[in-house]
Design a protein around this ligand. Structure first.
Ligand code: GDP
Length: 452
């Protein structure tokens, strides 16, 4: 017969079980264009779907994972998992198309409870919601604290410096010579907006620069009216400028304000502020190959992005939305391109680049951990050499692994690695776990503290 003490204990345990049941973990996945978001999410779903095989099978809590369901019904802007699998399974294998808009993945996991709870309850479920969004959108965050005039000043200072100055060409003078108070010519405004957008594209593609505002000009996403994305920084204007209705100033300021207050803030209100965990993916190797200016720009871009994850009392976000991210993973991606012994050095270089921002994020109460990742391992080490296939070809090449320094020099000046453009390995199938580095460690860390 149960004693009063026993009854209380059973009741308490049942309450605990009830609290743990039906949890949802919302995870943001971000990174600048080409960081590896699409490939990462594809691989993560694949690892979970194949949890009984591969590295996940041996890692708690996945050793208690009984079933995984990738939820497709009723998910707005679903992540194109099947398309991504199609590209990877083609011959020769191709990488999936990159993230250009926000997308979602909902995965329901059912675990066998452990220990004493086993006898009290059946399977426990956890829902993981992944939100994939372009990191470029986070670069717009500082706009929330800026007036149009201050933004013009900042853009003028940025375009003044090389390599942006040369890339801007005559656009710099055309924007600098416009009188803010003169009547705006709508055709010229569309032309200037198109030219500013191609200038941003050249900064990104030719010089590997990351800080390109407004981010939505490059990756508009859906749901933003195209005619509201028509404005440019007047490079001769400043915070004291003004202009009558219909002037260049009035037209550009009005759209800038709309962009800041509805597009940028709307994204934070609706999505960003709901996240529990954040994964920040960074391709370190391409900017290391491109050189000092690209690394410098990446550093500033990441500092801006991480400003969004910093919740110290005076942060803009703390005041605006009270975000609740408690853990952030910062990951150097595509580490299969270097020899396994060098993967931690690559992660170290990333952490060297953003040392101050990492301390700020930690200081704001967010737990941070680094993971050198390869979502899909495209190259293998064989003795002293690496072996992998190149994009668009079917043959394999054997090559000397690229080397990276143990630490980034403070001036960011060194001879960068020469990279090959590897294709995914052949024979990837949805029902086999893809080869990877540390996807299992990261998946475990995401669930830690929340698993049933
Ligand atoms: P996104 O723009 O952040 O969505 O980035 P993607 O996932 O589309 O990745 C951009 C490119 O990086 C891909 O087309 C591949 O060339 C490469 N890539 C991504 N993940 C990996 C990886 O795990 N290993 C290797 N070697 N290359 C990768």
């Amino acid at each position: 017969m149960a004693t009063v003490g026993n009854v209380n204990w059973v009741k308490k345990a049942q309450e605990k079980v009830a609290r743990l049941g039906g949890q949802t973990i919302r995870v943001g996945v971000t990174g600048l264009s080409g960081a590896g978001k699409t490939t990462f999410i594809t691989s993560l779903i694949n690892q979970l779907e194949n949890h009984q095989r591969g590295l996940l099978a041996r890692r708690p809590p996945f050793d208690r994972l009984v079933s995984v369901r990738w939820q497709r019904e009723g998910v707005a802007s679903p992540f194109p998992y099947l398309q991504a699998l199609g590209a990877l399974a083609s011959n020769p294998a191709q990488w999936p198309s990159s993230t250009a808009d926000l997308s979602r993945v909902v995965i329901d996991l059912q675990f066998r409870p452990e220990g004493l709870l086993k006898t009290l309850q059946g399977l426990r479920s956890v829902r993981v919601e992944l939100l994939d969004y372009p990191g470029e959108w986070l670069l717009d965050l500082p706009l929330l604290g800026l007036s149009y005039g201050k933004w013009c000043e900042q853009m003028a200072a940025l375009v003044d410096r090389e390599p942006r100055r040369s890339l801007a060409g005559t656009l710099r003078d055309r924007l600098g010579n416009l009188d803010p108070a003169a009547r705006c010519d709508p055709l010229e405004l569309s032309q200037l907006t198109a030219d500013w957008t191609s200038f941003m594209r050249s900064c990104r593609n030719e010089a590997g620069l990351a800080r390109n505002q407004p981010g939505r000009f490059l990756l508009p996403g859906s749901g933003v009216a195209a005619d509201m994305l028509l404005f440019v920084p007047l490079l001769g204007a400043n915070r004291y400028s003004e202009g009558p209705p219909g002037s260049w100033w009035a037209q550009c300021e009005e759209r800038f304000n709309y962009y800041r207050d509805f597009v940028v803030k709307g994204f934070y209100d609706e999505h960003f502020s709901q996240l529990d965990r954040q994964i920040l993916l960074v391709d370190m190797l391409a900017p290391m190959e491109a050189g000092q200016a690209a690394l410098q720009d990446l550093k500033l871009a990441l500092e801006e992005v991480m400003g969004s994850f910093r919740y110290g009392r005076n942060s803009l976000l703390q005041r605006l939305f009270r975000p609740r991210i408690t853990r952030m993973a910062i990951c150097a991606t595509k580490v299969d391109q270097v020899a396994p012994a060098q993967q931690r050095s690559l992660q170290q270089c990333l952490e060297d680049l953003v040392t101050d921002s990492l301390s700020e994020v930690r200081h704001g109460g967010v737990e941070v951990q680094g993971f050198p990742l390869a979502a899909i391992r495209a190259a293998d080490q064989e003795g002293e050499t690496m072996i992998g296939g190149l994009v668009g070809q079917t043959a394999f090449v054997r090559y000397q692994p690229v080397t990276v320094p143990a630490h980034l020099p403070l001036d960011l000046q060194f001879t960068g690695p020469k990279l090959l453009h590897l294709r995914p390995p052949s024979g990837l199938h949805r029902n086999e776990p893809f080869p990877h580095f540390r996807m299992d460690e990261l998946a475990g860390w995401i669930l830690e503290g929340r698993q049933p």
